[in-house]
Design a protein around this ligand. Structure first.
Ligand code: PLP
Length: 449
């Protein structure tokens, strides 16, 4: 125990002295030192085990340390770790083939990146070059990544600290019935009004200036926003009418998260470009990419694509992708995600919500859910204000502490808890996690006005 405590101290000290963390005021954070992880759990140096209801940052779709994927990475590392992006390589070809086989419609060419934001950057570049138009439209509340283009497309508060490079980005409101920007009372009204608002925005921005509309198929960071039936089809039609490239950002929802290989499958919609990352390798090795339609691929058939990355289609990452996709297929993990949502998480969360007045809404699909926490069920006032920090955010801090004390690692965002365990979480672990959540919600109930 003493030896472990010494390791923990050394890990924490070097972290404090030398690691610069994302999104944080460096001196105000105290990262947990993690000693190991397996399946749906990780643990610290003090022997505390946490059931990971966040899947890291919603990417360990097959859990931690899946033996088949870990073995495939080790095998590839022993054989060939890397090669320049210009060569044809077995695992890169196979990864691209496996992805293209699963992406909707004619999205049959894959441009590989290192992660999600670079996928968004390159999709936008392709759309601008393909159309010769400058503007890109994206939704308020959305998150598309942290590079310059991606953070400015982002429609949440994380772009505030990055203002100054918003040229060419136009935001609009997407559908979100619980907090309807359109004062709608039904899903159908929300859908119709959101589409009318989007078309009005297109018309007044000038369709001839708009290269692309980018949307998260199901909003992830915005709070698991499942679009109403007909919305994505409607956006597809608007894009066709005005010659706009339709980009779906499936970085968070691709590869099983919503109970389908791609969330677009639920609504039978085919974008022109589809961004992916995260689940493609379960994050074991960083990898992202853009799946490209035949028409956009044709634009670059005899004209060079002016973009590239040293590690595009990295060999080790592609080997991880091949093993991840094959493992998900062999073990039925996509179907398991759908079943877990329909039979366990959905009903379980709704049942919990009935007992807790601070839960304003339960929404989601597959292994991708959110509880909207409120101060007042009637007015739907959020439990903490938008973009709250410090004392304003304290109720969510107390809720998070109660969950961790119970042994569950949560993903908290604003006034919500997102419930996103691995897509292959066991029924027992779902039950365990829901029981911890049920108990901790007494903390948020106590903060109601
Ligand atoms: N797009 C979406 C929808 C995301 O959820 C994220 C990350 O959470 C990104 C893009 C950015 O991906 P990355 O952090 O891998 O650059």
């Amino acid at each position: 125990a003493d030896a472990l405590a010494a390791v923990k101290d050394a890990v924490k000290e070097a972290d404090r002295n030398h690691v610069f963390h994302s999104w944080s005021a460096q001196e105000l954070i105290d990262p947990l030192a993690v000693a190991g992880a397996e399946g749906s759990y990780f643990w610290d140096y003090d022997g505390n085990r946490y059931l990971d209801f966040s899947s890291a940052l919603v990417y360990t779709n097959i859990g931690y340390q899946h033996p088949k994927v870990a073995a495939a990475i080790a095998e590839q590392a022993a054989k060939l770790c890397t090669l320049a992006p210009g060569f044809a390589v077995d695992v890169r070809s196979e990864a691209a083939r496996l992805i293209a086989e699963r992406t909707p419609g004619d999205l049959d060419k894959i441009f590989f990146t290192n992660a999600g934001a670079e996928a968004v950057e390159n999709a936008v570049r392709m759309a601008r070059l393909h159309t010769g138009r400058p503007k890109v439209m994206s939704a308020y509340r959305s998150y598309h990544g942290a590079t310059t283009t991606a953070i400015n497309l982002t429609g949440d508060a994380r772009r505030f600290g990055n203002d100054g490079a918003t040229a060419g980005v136009v935001h609009f409101w997407g559908p979100f019935l619980y907090r309807s920007p359109f004062h709608a009372a039904t899903e159908q009204e929300e859908c119709e009004r959101a589409l009318r608002h989007l078309e009005d925005t297109i018309v007044f921005e000038g369709p001839q200036s708009i290269a692309a509309i980018i949307l998260e198929t199901v909003g992830g960071a915005p709070g698991v926003l499942v679009p109403p039936a007909g919305y994505l089809k409607g956006v597809r039609e608007l894009c066709d009418r005005y010659g706009i490239v339709f980009i779906l950002d499936e970085v968070m929802v691709g590869f099983g998260r919503t109970g389908a290989w791609f969330a677009a499958d639920h609504w039978d919609v085919t974008p022109d470009l589809l961004c992916f990352a995260k689940g493609i390798t379960s994050g074991y090795v960083p990898l992202g990419g853009v799946a490209i339609s035949a028409a956009i691929a044709e634009t670059f058939a005899r004209r060079p694509y002016p973009g590239g990355l040293t590690y595009s289609g990295h060999v080790l990452a592609c080997a991880a992708a091949v093993a991840t996709v094959n493992t998900m297929a062999e073990e039925g993990i996509v179907e398991q995600s759908a079943r877990t949502g329909a039979e366990l998480l959905g009903p379980g969360l709704r049942e919990i919500a009935e007992r807790h007045p601070s839960v304003g809404e339960v929404r989601g699909m597959g292994t991708f859910w959110a509880l909207e926490l409120v101060k007042d069920a009637g007015t739907r006032e959020p439990l903490v204000p938008y973009n709250a920090s410090g004392a304003d955010a304290a109720p969510m801090g107390a809720f998070g502490a109660a969950l961790k004390k119970g042994g569950l690692w949560p993903l908290l965002a604003g006034n919500r808890i997102h419930v996103a365990p691995p897509c292959n979480i066991s029924a027992d672990d779902v039950a365990k996690g829901l029981a911890i959540l049920d108990e901790a919600l007494s903390v948020t109930d106590a903060h109601m006005s």
